[in-house]
Design a protein around this ligand. Structure first.
Ligand SMILES: Cc1cc2nc3c(=O)[nH]c(=O)nc-3n(C[C@H](O)[C@H](O)[C@H](O)COP(=O)(O)OP(=O)(O)OC[C@H]3O[C@@H](n4cnc5c(N)ncnc54)[C@H](O)[C@@H]3O)c2cc1C
Ligand code: SF4
Length: 327
């Protein structure tokens, strides 16, 4: 059985207290919410913080504010998001994505903020300390080489969040609070195409809320590919959000691919193909082909990467057809 390394758990009751604790303990401290990503990683000695600043007691980040738009507290669980009637009605793709994360137990513990900030994953990294030691480790933790691309100077670990592609497709923004103050950035700007520096935020910045713009008239779908239908991380996630005119002409298109790179990729060329057009079979195939191009899956997660790349085309086409056929 893998055991957690020793650490001290701190339980702030406000965001301000949490920020202060993170500042005080510097690089010795990490944030933890549900712990469903961090604790398994700590058991594998991928992280060995001396202090954990737990966010579970902070009420401020457990609210859902509903008016024309919706603001989600980062501390709400995936189960709460997936079952909330307003989220299901206004942002069904988000409810779907949250409801497809892992298992019911982990969705009851795991938070939406934690889901947006999960560590990137790789076959050579998400392993026990002994396994990694036998291989002299890798660049992302304790080593010097990338086993996926040995000539590469960067890490290619994969962003496997289910909700991140949906948040980006919906044009969400996230509020970050840290010792330097607070800022709000588009969800897309939170991510970086680098398996090691995967978030564009300071380690002591807390993601407090996610703001979803009004999505009336937007049709949206999230599709997830994984080996086991009720457990696994995505090996491909496709989020599509389309705004259409009454006659079905596409006014705005957002297509975001998850789990095929170190960050969620916006399939910009495919989006451009759709705008100004109606969703015919031919157009869907053309857009799906364009969406497949920027996907760069490598051999560092489940199933073969050529298969995963091919499936981008299939899943984007399926998502677009589902939107078209729902009209
Ligand atoms: C068996 C298994 C299967 C899984 N399957 C999936 C899956 O299918 N899809 C998927 O997306 N995930 C999956 N996960 C990962 C995880 O369960 C979820 O992503 C979950 O939402 C993480 O949320 P958490 O609150 O538990 O995060 P934590 O583990 O508490 O934190 C994760 C990371 O985010 C940081 N963090 C947490 N909250 C904040 C915040 N508010 N502000 C700033 N940083 C923060 C932490 O410091 C940590 O680095 C799986 C995990 C396991 C163990
Ligand atoms: S992509 Fe390379 S450096 Fe990154 S975790 Fe995998 S093996 Fe390590």
């Amino acid at each position: 059985m893998l055991r957690l390394p020793p650490f001290e758990y701190l339980a702030p009751r406000t965001i301000a207290e949490a920020v202060e604790m993170m500042l005080k303990h510097g690089s010795e401290a990490m944030l933890v919410a549900g712990g469903t990503d961090l604790y398994p990683n700590m058991k594998r000695r991928l992280f060995e913080p001396k202090k954990l600043v737990g966010l579970r007691e902070i009420k401020e980040i457990k609210r859902l504010e509903i008016n024309g738009t919706v603001t989600i507290g980062a501390g709400l669980t995936l189960a709460q998001i997936s079952r909330h009637p307003v989220i299901s009605e206004r942002y069904p793709a988000l409810a779907t994505a949250a409801g497809l994360v892992s298992t019911p137990q982990l969705r009851n513990m795991g938070t939406v903020g934690g889901n947006l900030c999960i560590d990137t994953r790789c076959t050579y990294y998400n392993q026990t300390e002994q396994w990694r030691e036998a291989l002299s480790y890798c660049m992302k933790k304790d080593g010097h080489i990338c086993w996926v691309a040995p000539g590469s100077s960067r890490c290619w670990a994969v962003n496997s969040s289910d909700t991140a592609p949906v948040m980006i497709a919906l044009g969400a923004s996230v509020r970050l609070v840290g010792p330097e103050g607070e800022r709000t950035i588009p969800a897309q700007a939170l991510y970086h195409n680098d398996g090691m520096e995967y978030l564009r935020k300071a380690p002591n910045e807390i993601l407090t809320t996610i703001h979803l713009p009004n999505a009336s008239g937007v049709k949206m779908v999230y599709k997830k590919l994984r080996r086991r239908g009720s457990f696994d991380f995505p090996i491909l996630g496709v989020a599509v959000a389309l705004r259409q005119a009454e006659d079905g002409t596409c006014i705005e298109a957002n297509i975001v691919l998850g789990a095929v790179a170190s960050y969620p990729i916006k399939a910009t060329a495919a989006e451009e193909i759709l705008v100004g057009q109606k969703l015919s079979d031919e157009l869907i195939e053309e857009a799906a082909k364009a969406a497949f191009k920027p996907a760069k899956p490598l051999d560092n997660t489940d199933m073969g990467h050529p298969y995963r790349k091919q499936m981008v085309q299939v899943y984007v086409a399926r998502a677009l057809r589902e939107i078209r056929d729902s009209q």
